[in-house]
Design a protein around this ligand. Structure first.
Ligand SMILES: Cc1cc2nc3c(=O)[nH]c(=O)nc-3n(C[C@H](O)[C@H](O)[C@H](O)COP(=O)(O)O)c2cc1C
Length: 393
């Protein structure tokens, strides 16, 4: 892998991880990912912005073979997929200092046991002149850890955003070539990683708004050389009105809940409500998370198992509660054999969701005609709520 020029005196280096299929031992990566680092060479000093996942360290250090000196190693985020190779870079460049926030410094000491003497901490708004290249550090907390910051290179109008605006894609293209593909990957990334912090992320977007940004160089995925659309997309994902969309994760062991799910889906479609079904045992949870970015209503379908929800449905509820989507309505449907506390248990699992719960419906065994009629009424109620709130198509 060779260094690639991004701008006068700015280079991409890093690793394209074509094979990786799971992140954080949880998140599916259908398209692999990349770990992007950047080299900024001023007339006096050289700065390296972030590193790569330690699994790719060897490739990364080889790219630095013709870089005789690094003065500053900027760390935007202490998570190991960006920071994990810092110790090896510091070994290679004994005079280099890690430039980071005070909070990230403590994280790096805890996570990577980096010597305290190797740090320079920067406050929000501090800058570093490399000689004709000025790095401006802007603290952007909770994108997506508490210590995160970004760097704005004023002379080139480049924002080095780390995970902010990132996407998991392995590709040989340095810049965005297929906007649709990147939009999908960036939305998936937002859904899985950023959504729980969407309110503070919205504030950080506005904090960056005064900057003239001609390029966004994130630490995963492609570089945005026309970044307006991704900023607009982030504004929408963080604060836009929910869509006229029902997100319907479900599980069914013997088909009764499935009949209810299919009936409700048809009823909603007849009423011009979009529906996205996720059969939990076979679903890609990234797709489910993406649906939660937009959905106005969540309906969870589950049979009763050992007096509560099926474990897969409990997992979906746990995930939705952790991701804190903007949905305003929620319902629970499903089937049981003799009794249990499915609705109570699920309701207790979603304290973070600021939703009105719409008429849960658990039926005994296979649904009958009057059960299906109740699902039609649930569809009517969802339509009525979506219209009242003027949800978008
Ligand atoms: C392993 C297992 C555990 C179950 N536990 C309960 C239970 O605690 N309470 C109950 O009412 N029904 C229980 N049932 C019965 C199912 O809830 C019932 O068969 C239901 O109709 C299944 O819905 P499905 O066809 O959508 O899978 C259990 C079924 C299975 C297979």
């Amino acid at each position: 892998m060779i260094k690639r020029q991004l701008h006068d005196k700015v280079y991409w280096l890093g690793a394209i991880d074509w094979d990786r299929r799971l992140f954080d031992s949880l998140i599916p990566l259908p398209d692999g990912t990349s770990y992007n680092a950047y080299l900024v060479q001023g007339s006096d000093k050289t700065a390296l912005l972030d590193t790569v996942d330690p699994a790719m360290a060897e490739m990364f250090l080889a790219q630095l073979a013709d870089v005789p000196r690094i003065d500053y190693l900027v760390c935007h985020h202490a998570e190991q997929d960006h920071s994990g190779t810092i110790p090896l870079v510091l070994d290679r460049y004994p005079d280099a200092k890690v430039v980071t926030t005070a909070k990230a410094k403590t994280f790096l000491i805890d996570l990577l046991q980096i010597d305290e003497q190797r740090f320079i901490t920067v406050a929000d708004g501090d800058s570093l002149d490399l000689g004709g290249a000025t790095l401006n550090f802007i603290h952007t907390p909770w994108v997506h850890w508490p210590e995160t910051m970004v760097t704005y290179l004023a002379e080139a109008k480049i924002l080095f955003s780390c995970d902010f605006f990132g996407s998991h894609i392995a590709t040989s293209d340095l810049f965005v070539t297929d906007q649709g593909r990147v939009h999908e990957a960036a939305k998936r990334y937002f859904a899985e990683i950023m959504m729980p912090f969407r309110t503070v992320i919205g504030k950080n977007i506005e904090k960056l708004a005064p900057l003239a940004i001609e390029m966004i160089a994130p630490s995963h995925g492609q570089v945005y050389d026309h970044p307006e659309w991704i900023i607009d997309a982030y504004r929408d994902w963080t604060a836009g009105t929910p869509h006229n969309l029902v997100c319907l994760p479900f599980v069914s062991m013997h088909g009764s809940t499935r009949v209810m799910v299919d009936h409700l889906t048809a009823a909603l479609m007849e009423r011009q409500v979009r529906v996205e079904l996720f059969n939990l045992p076979v679903t890609d949870i990234g797709k489910l998370a993406m649906s939660l970015v937009d959905a106005g209503t969540i309906v969870l379908g589950t049979p009763t198992v050992l007096t509560g929800p099926h474990p897969m449905a409990a997992y979906a509820a746990f995930l939705a509660n952790a991701l804190k989507p903007k949905a305003r309505y929620l319902s629970i449907i499903g089937s049981y054999g003799w009794g249990g506390k499915t609705v109570d248990q699920l309701a207790a699992m979603i304290p973070n969701l600021k939703v009105e719960v719409l008429d849960p419906l658990l039926v005994k065994g296979h649904p009958r005609q009057d059960d299906l009629a109740q699902l039609d009424r649930l569809a009517d109620l969802i339509v009525e709520r979506h219209k009242k709130d003027e949800f978008r198509r």
